[in-house]
Design a protein around this ligand. Structure first.
Ligand code: DAS
Length: 357
């Protein structure tokens, strides 16, 4: 027969084991902060049939998190509403404020990963900007959705769950800023919104880095371009961003848009050229004149999806002192050109940035 003393000590030992296990489980759970900025992932439609007609930026971050209790098994999560806007309305001031908040959080020892919920329209620009200016190895993961949470087969909840899983995983460290959409993990550098109303909207011309399935990440590639801790840019030294304009190339082109952008104060012009960044003969003289006035000229292309603008191919870039955007689409070229101009006005140095980042 077990003595009372032995029974008591056995119970005490078992209780100690249970407490230790639960403390360990608590300690083992990563600390993830979700910064909410708005977009469709916080959107609401009038009926479940409205998958494309809805109002973005309506649902607060705490409600988003409460709607996915399974997230609590992945990480200890806390939410912060940074903005509540549709991302087509992002300004450079929004980018700078978000970058400063991410960099500050990344320094905190009680933050293991950061998720940013964001509208999909300019998500790729924010991801690239943060990839260039936030010096951290910790996972920073942007996520959006193509359908509001009120729609049939809404994609936001699983996207957010997957983003928290990715931000919680130590294997995500050191890969630069990431974008998680539709089960895929992309590099913030080269992902783009390639389709305007389907859940598989996000693509990278160089492919995804991996996948996240049922709360686990599966990696197949890693970025090779400079980013985060390997970047020369740091949000803490950037007070503002120079104005950079984008003009679209097409048949019957004129130089009106380029001149107007420069007159409005643009310090660089991104040419979204036809083909390999080609420039119409009607436009070349104006761009050469603007270059002589100190405006940087960057040849990107309206053609994207797996190639790059080759220097000195369609235009004598060396002779004109122009820059090629390499594989960056016009909207990403705008981000890098603006950052480059916070450090230099030398076109050859700007070109180096476009080749290395
Ligand atoms: N208007 C879009 C945006 O906020 C909605 C979305 O797709 O997130 O980017």
């Amino acid at each position: 027969m077990l003595t009372k003393t032995f029974t008591r000590s056995l119970a005490a030992s078992l209780l100690g084991l249970v407490l230790a296990a639960s403390v360990h489980a608590q300690q083992a759970k990563p600390q993830v902060t979700i910064l909410a900025t708005g977009g469709t992932i916080a959107g609401a439609g009038a009926s479940a049939a409205n998958s494309a007609t809805y109002q973005a930026a309506k649902v607060p971050v705490d409600k988003l998190i409460a709607g996915i209790p399974e997230i609590g098994k992945l990480a200890d999560v806390r939410g912060e509403q940074v903005f509540q806007i549709a991302s087509e309305s992002f300004t450079d001031e929004h980018l700078l404020a978000l970058g400063r908040r991410v960099a500050a959080l990344a320094k905190q020892p009680d933050v293991d990963g950061i998720v940013i919920t964001h509208g999909t329209d300019t998500l790729e620009e924010t991801a690239f900007f943060l990839n260039l200016v936030v010096p951290t190895e910790k996972p920073v993961v942007l996520v959006g959705s193509m359908r509001p949470g009120t729609a049939l087969s809404a994609d936001g909840a699983l996207n957010l769950y997957n983003a928290v899983a990715t931000a919680s995983d130590r294997a995500s460290r050191g890969k630069g800023v990431l974008v998680v959409m539709n089960d895929e993990i992309f590099s913030g550098r080269d992902v783009t919104k390639a389709i305007n109303i389907r859940t598989e909207a996000f693509k990278s011309p160089w492919g995804s880095l991996g996948m996240v399935v049922e709360g686990r990440t599966y990696w197949f590639r890693a970025p090779v371009k400079r980013h985060t801790v390997g970047s020369e840019f740091n949000i803490e030294t950037i007070k503002s961003l120079p104005a950079v304009g984008i003009a679209y190339g097409s048949g019957n082109a004129t130089d009106v848009a380029y001149k107007a952008l420069a007159a409005s104060g643009a310090k660089a012009l991104i040419h979204a050229g036809t083909g390999n960044g080609s420039v119409s003969a009607q436009v070349v003289p104006a761009l050469r004149e603007l270059r002589s006035q100190g405006v940087q000229i960057v040849r990107s292309a309206r053609v994207t999806g797996g190639g790059f603008v080759l220097r000195n191919a369609e235009q004598p870039d060396d002779q004109y002192d122009w820059v090629v955007a390499h594989d960056l689409n016009p909207q990403k070229a705008r981000i890098l050109a603006a950052l480059a101009l916070t450090r230099t006005t030398d076109a050859r140095e700007v070109q180096r940035y476009f080749m290395e980042y």
